[in-house]
Design a protein around this ligand. Sequence first.
Ligand code: BT5
Length: 268
Amino acid sequence: MPLTHAAVAAASEALEVSRDAAAVFALAEIVLLDVTDSTNKYAAERARDGAATGLLVVAEQQTSGRGRLDRRWESPAGAGLTLSLLLRPDVPADEWPWIGLMAAVAVADTLTAHGVARAAVKWPNDVLAGGHKIAGLLNERVETPSGPALILGIGLNIDQSAAELPLPTATSMRLATGSAHNRAGVLASLLAQLSQALQRAADPQARRTAYLQSCATIGQIVRVELPAEAPLTGEARGIDAQGRLLVATGGRVRPISAGDVVHVRPAR
Ligand code: BT5
């Protein structure tokens, strides 16, 4: 069923409950688009034009949905959720990665609340269900005349059949649970979870605990493709205060701030 503006606005009412407590995240404006190239691109343009924190952009279809490193996010019209949230976080830039990490936890928690088994985060912010990718996040810092902004981009597979997914290693809520899900309802849960998660992002202890609980990467032998050097393999041991993945390899522990992780097998 297509999302309507009324349904998205109703979904955002879930936020009213936590609005007092969560000054970090109140929806200022909702844009629902039938089609756009990329909601992240749209939100970034609005950010450069001065849009305030709390702009939510939801698209029924993206013609050029983006992943990290110029990869693509493929999702048929109306099958999943593709959205971006513009934030202007009032915290130092080295805290920003935690906002993205917590957003991934919010997606995993939303899936769990909707009956998806074994929903977990793969560091840094892919979301898996039973080891298959069900959601991806693309978080981008954008420089704007009124200061830097953070665009949180979320693609979540809801109604796709196996044939509508780009890879055999991908899944959707429908495939994972065997039943259909109301997209407006999923959006409402996701916004409420995001609101909570973004509050937690400001608390070093709470965010670390929440991330470690949700993250399937720790305790795995991982292969990490690094931006400018040869891939490395080692045991993912934990995350540090900056949210970097700690990988034990070649007799030392390397903090990884950016890279593509493959779970090879459990460490023990
Ligand atoms: C991501 O990148 O997973 C981030 C995806 C973010 C998409 C959202 S949608 C709303 C917002 N607006 C945008 O333009 N983007 C964001 P990455 O980790 O680089 O993974 C990309 C890879 O995931 C692709 O190369 C495919 O292999 C795979 N992929 C593409 N579409 C997928 C899907 N629907 N489900 C699972 N995997 C997919």
